[in-house]
Design a protein around this ligand. Structure first.
Ligand SMILES: Nc1ncnc2c1ncn2[C@@H]1O[C@H](COP(=O)(O)OP(=O)(O)OP(=O)(O)O)[C@@H](O)[C@H]1O
Ligand SMILES: [Mg+2]
Length: 367
């Protein structure tokens, strides 16, 4: 048995205590753009606390982002105190060769930078922060059919906020419970605050990059930010190409000046997320400002630069009706949305301003 194990698994040491290995049986999977990915059928994770084997979960619905695919594995832990059997892991597969071909070494470096940030979060941040940022397990590189792959292994959550809104809609819910919205939003704000304290602007806030767990009865469900691919350090870069973040979530100064060195880029994106949640809109509402199926990039830019107070008013009045907000709630919500979606950067809310707004805190939120 043991001999078979060593024969079957290739082994890599990540750090002193963590050992990750894959077996040599691969499954071929195609992503949306018909690019093939080879994924190992099993992983083995071994650290001081546990030894876990993992098996592929169903492959019917594979989440895909701009770069790769995300595959879930079920954990079967075989020893040590920690009985972690009910958990699964998520593995983001990046085809480094394809990235290299498309964007040269710069794209590969970005993928590796994501790992650095995940490691930093794990090592340096306190529990309050870790609760809101995805838990990193490890990474592994392998080659198959002349392609280099990078696997980023993280804890699995149930789904992202876009899926959450779609599920709520399919349950015929006309709105998401206000306490749940506030809890989700608060957790994202604290997660961002933790990154900002490390001088990092997150820069890619959108429903797909915020994950939650599916504990329906629980107002205080787990909420975590994932996908640290677009981040930048405020003190290192002042201007870089804006091409990373998602267009309909970009802030006016990013579009106009390519400005990237301000935390309040994240505040703009938070404003859009808040409106998404309160109106149950699975996309940035910028997209619904014009009834076109396909937007050209230039048109989206123009919609953002032309955004009027009346556009925000319309969203706020929808929310007011839906939630039957009282006078005080409405005043606070208005302040928050106008504060987050100020076109003028110098007037836009910071994380501290958000945390002083009463809209979030008229219900108790557990920290
Ligand atoms: N830990 C996880 N648990 C559950 N689902 C996940 C997890 N990580 C990612 N996903 C799903 O996979 C999708 C894509 O993941 P992610 O955002 O990390 O990759 P990406 O968008 O391809 O990244 P990039 O911005 O680098 O292109 C997410 O929107 C989410 O639906
Ligand atoms: Mg993403």
């Amino acid at each position: 048995m043991i001999i078979v194990f060593f024969y079957k698994f290739r082994i890599v040491y990540l750090e002193k205590k963590m050992l990750i290995s894959i077996n040599k049986k691969f499954k071929k999977i195609e992503n949306r753009s018909k690019k093939s990915f080879y994924i190992p059928e099993k992983l083995k994770i071994n650290n001081d606390d546990y030894v876990c084997n993992t098996n592929l979960k169903q492959l019917d619905e594979i989440p895909q982002g701009g770069f790769g695919i995300v595959i879930f594995y079920k954990k079967i832990c075989i020893s040590k105190d920690n009985d972690d059997n009910n958990n699964s892991i998520a593995v983001k597969f990046l085809n480094l060769s394809a990235l290299r071909e498309k964007g040269g070494n710069r794209k590969v470096k970005k993928a590796e930078f994501e790992i650095k940030i995940l490691e930093m979060i794990k090592k340096k941040l306190n529990e309050r922060c870790k609760k809101r940022l995805i838990n990193y397990i490890g990474n592994y590189k392998f080659s198959k059919n002349n392609n280099d792959y990078l696997m980023i292994i993280i804890e699995k959550m149930d789904f992202d906020l876009k899926k959450f809104i779609q599920l709520e809609k399919s349950r015929n819910m006309e709105k998401i419970d206000l306490k749940i919205v506030k809890n989700i939003f608060y957790n994202v704000v604290i997660g961002l605050q933790c990154l900002h304290n490390m001088k990092i602007v997150y820069n890619d806030l959108k429903l797909e990059n915020i994950l939650i767990n599916n504990n329906y009865d629980d107002e205080q469900r787990n909420v975590k930010i994932i996908d640290f691919n677009c981040i930048f350090r405020v003190d290192k870069i002042s201007k870089v190409a804006t091409g990373c973040s998602t267009r309909s979530y970009r802030s006016p100064e990013q579009i106009k000046e390519g400005k990237m060195n301000d935390f309040r880029i994240d505040s703009w994106q938070l404003g859009l997320i808040l409106i998404c949640l309160l109106t149950m809109n699975p996309n940035s509402f910028i997209r619904s400002l014009k009834e076109l199926d396909e937007y050209k990039d230039v048109e989206i830019n123009r919609l953002i630069l032309d955004l009027k107070k009346k556009d925000l008013k319309r969203e706020i009045s929808k929310i007011k009706k839906l939630y039957k907000l009282n006078k005080y709630e409405l005043i606070n919500l208005k302040k928050l949305i106008y504060g987050l979606l100020r076109k003028d950067l110098s007037e836009r809310y910071t994380i501290n301003d958000i945390l002083m707004n009463k809209f979030l805190f008229d219900d108790k939120i557990n920290d």
